[in-house]
Design a binder for this molecule. Structure first.
Ligand code: NAD
Ligand code: DAU
Length: 332
């Protein structure tokens, strides 16, 4: 594939993917990232300059995107506004980046006839009841709940339309909740880990019964590389690692792994429209493409993630106070 253009490559999952590509392939990578509050140069520190180049810019900038597509052999599109709570506070940037940004990339893919892989989320399918025996599959109808997930659903539909109407060489993947290094402290797991490090009690929304299906970001990266190499153009692949856990159990496990009492957390105001449960059936990518996750054990992956936040306080500390001040205004 040669040179990969990775949008959002300075964010959480995008930077994990760039590290994965450098470790496991010979490709060079050009990262296009606006460096919003969620993007950090430091997430790409230590990568070889001859293999990875960062271009700071907006995926909505058609002229910039056009030039970068001309030089790319394939494109992986991670850039997004990604946090549900922010989308409830101010939806506008979600429409700009997730919808208009994806449209801008698709038009460049059409003009330059470039292979593009679009990164999406299981949240496009809405949520499941706690006792529902079914999980999401590639044929589950779209039913998003939040401004964030509805813009991601919209971006997926744009990709499908550009494949069918213009023959764009695209694939889509919808992944479940990721954890691992380089995740912003606004998100659930890093927020609670860094709370404990700072001596703040973890904050659980509502009763904490909500279930998320956790996958390590490095497993997400290997799945995306597999789709890029062997996926069928026009197809969608669900990515998950059979990692269902309720939020209460995750907070208790974090506290236990960090040497605190399992009860040392607070219940805070619930998220508006809070999705109850996500669960992925990843049979298609496993059987058709032969992919499997490596981090089968959530507990040891979480312990390694705790260790990473303990040893990388310089990476997250400047974001922490602002995030907690924002949540305080919401009673969370
Ligand atoms: P993130 O918020 O950590 O990173 C997003 C990155 O995109 C940041 O580096 C940011 O600077 C960049 N960006 C934002 N707007 C941009 C713009 N207009 N132009 C260029 N760059 C811009 O997000 P994440 O958690 O790493 O998620 C990455 C992708 O994976 C998103 O598309 C998200 O929907 C999807 N996804 C996330 C998860 C998860 O658990 N976090 C699960 C499934 C899918
Ligand atoms: O399912 C994939 C999605 O996972 C991605 O598309 C999103 O980009 C990503 O942010 C994530 O969305 P969630 O809303 O599930 O993740 P978040 O980390 O915000 O919250 C996880 C769960 O924890 C959710 O049920 C809300 C709850 N929560 C969150 C925070 C920040 C708490 O109980 N306390 C908290 O402080």
């Amino acid at each position: 594939m040669g040179n990969l253009l990775v949008t959002g490559g300075a964010g959480f999952i995008g930077s994990n993917f760039v590290h994965h590509v450098v470790r496991n392939t010979d490709h060079t990578v050009t990262v296009l990232d606006k460096l919003t509050y969620a993007g950090k140069r430091a997430s790409l520190a230590g990568l070889p300059a001859g293999r990875v180049k960062l271009v700071v810019g907006d995926i909505c900038d058609a002229e910039l995107v056009d030039g970068l597509f001309a030089d790319a052999d394939a494109v992986v599109h991670y850039a997004a506004e990604s946090h549900n709570d922010n989308s409830l506070h101010d939806p506008r940037p979600f429409l700009d980046t997730n919808i208009v940004g994806t449209y801008t990339l698709l038009e460049a893919a059409r003009k330059h006839q470039r292979r593009i892989h679009h990164i999406s989320t299981d949240e496009v399918y809405g949520d499941l009841e706690l006792d529902d025996p079914d999980r999401f599959t590639e044929s589950t109808p779209y039913n998003p709940s939040s401004p964030y997930s509805s813009t991601k659903a919209g971006s997926d539909l744009l990709v499908r339309a550009w494949v069918r109407s213009f023959g764009v060489q695209a694939t889509i993947s919808n992944c479940s909740n990721n954890y691992g290094p380089y995740q912003h402290v606004e998100k659930f797991i890093p927020r609670q880990i860094t709370n404990v490090i700072r001596g703040i009690r973890p904050k659980l929304y509502g009763k904490g019964e909500n279930v998320r299906d956790w996958i390590h970001a490095d497993d997400h990266s290997s799945a995306v590389l597999t789709i890029l190499e062997r996926g069928t153009i026009g197809d969608t692949y669900l990515i998950g690692a059979d990692g269902e856990r309720d939020n209460k159990g995750v907070v208790e496990l974090i506290l236990e792994l960090m040497g605190e009492s399992r009860e040392a957390y607070d219940h805070v105001r619930d998220r508006a429209g809070h999705d109850m449960r996500y669960a992925i059936d990843s049979a298609k990518i496993r059987t058709e493409l032969g992919w499997a996750p490596v981090y089968a054990d959530f507990e040891s992956g979480l312990a390694a993630t705790i260790d990473w936040y303990r040893t990388h306080e310089d990476w997250w500390s400047e974001s922490k106070d602002g995030v907690e001040a924002f949540y305080a205004t919401k009673g969370q």
